[in-house]
Design a protein around this ligand. Structure first.
Ligand SMILES: [Zn+2]
Length: 250
């Protein structure tokens, strides 16, 4: 039964603006830039963006995805992130629950979205994002009276990935798994719990492998072992799907 309370309405009404803020996080965090100052500006011409440039989704559609001042194309992921952020809010409200449940759930989904896109674009999983995800996932677990298994899952997930990372580095003499993935597994482990950790990694591997195969087919270039794969994005997507499925079943 969709929740029609004030908090549900607030989450949906705020989601376009938050989606817009998420694009700022994706654009700036991996570059080590401040996310609050200066205000949004065009990456090409540097012109500061005013209120009419910053209406989520609508500005993009009205100006056909181009900067109003220099007509440079704005990367389409801005639009996809804004739409997905609104979609996540609608899904969480449709699932219902207390105001705290909905707020924690939607923030978790938003964080997973930002992590996935940041990894896809930059092959980076910034610490503030993996840290915030772990905090959100553990708080969610605490509200569902499963904090202890969630802590175990966080430790097992991170520990296993750290061991794979160390083992691969010792074997091949180069980095095969980033430290960002190790930290991401703390939050994802806490989110899905210890028993679903193997399924999470299996699902993410399938997604990553399928994407790599599609890329080989599209570009006709063989995949090399030192070619970076955005595994963090696959993990984040798998985690979001698994967590949502668990919410629907319960
Ligand atoms: Zn411009």
């Amino acid at each position: 039964m969709p929740d029609l309370s004030f908090s549900a309405l607030l989450i949906v009404l705020l989601s376009p603006a938050i989606g817009s803020f998420l694009t700022v996080l994706i654009d700036r965090l991996p570059r080590g830039q401040s996310i609050v100052w200066p205000g949004s500006a065009c990456r090409a011409c540097g012109t500061g963006l005013g209120p009419r440039d910053l209406v989520p989704v609508l500005s993009f559609a009205l100006h056909r995805g181009r900067c109003r001042h220099c007509t440079t194309q704005i990367p389409p992921w801005h639009l996809y992130v804004e739409i997905t952020a609104i979609g996540a809010a609608v899904i969480m409200v449709a699932l219902g629950g207390s105001a705290l449940d909905m707020a924690l759930g939607v923030v978790t989904l938003w964080l997973l979205l930002v992590l996935a896109v940041t990894d896809l674009l930059w092959f980076r999983l910034p610490d503030p994002l993996t840290g915030a995800l772990a905090l959100c996932a553990l708080t969610l677990a605490a509200t569902e009276a499963r904090l202890i298994p969630a802590l175990w899952a966080a430790a097992i997930g991170s520990g296993a990935f750290w061991a794979i990372r160390a083992g691969y580095a010792a074997w091949r003499g180069r980095e095969g798994l980033g430290m960002g993935d190790v930290k991401l597994m703390a939050g994802l482990g806490a989110l899905v719990g210890p028993w679903d950790l193997p399924l999470l990694v299996l699902l993410a591997s399938g997604v990553a492998l399928g994407t790599a195969m599609a890329r080989i087919a599209a570009t006709r270039q063989p995949l090399r072992a030192d070619h970076p794969l955005p595994f963090g994005a696959a993990l984040s997507a798998a985690g979001a799907v698994m967590w949502l499925m668990a919410q629907i079943v319960n």
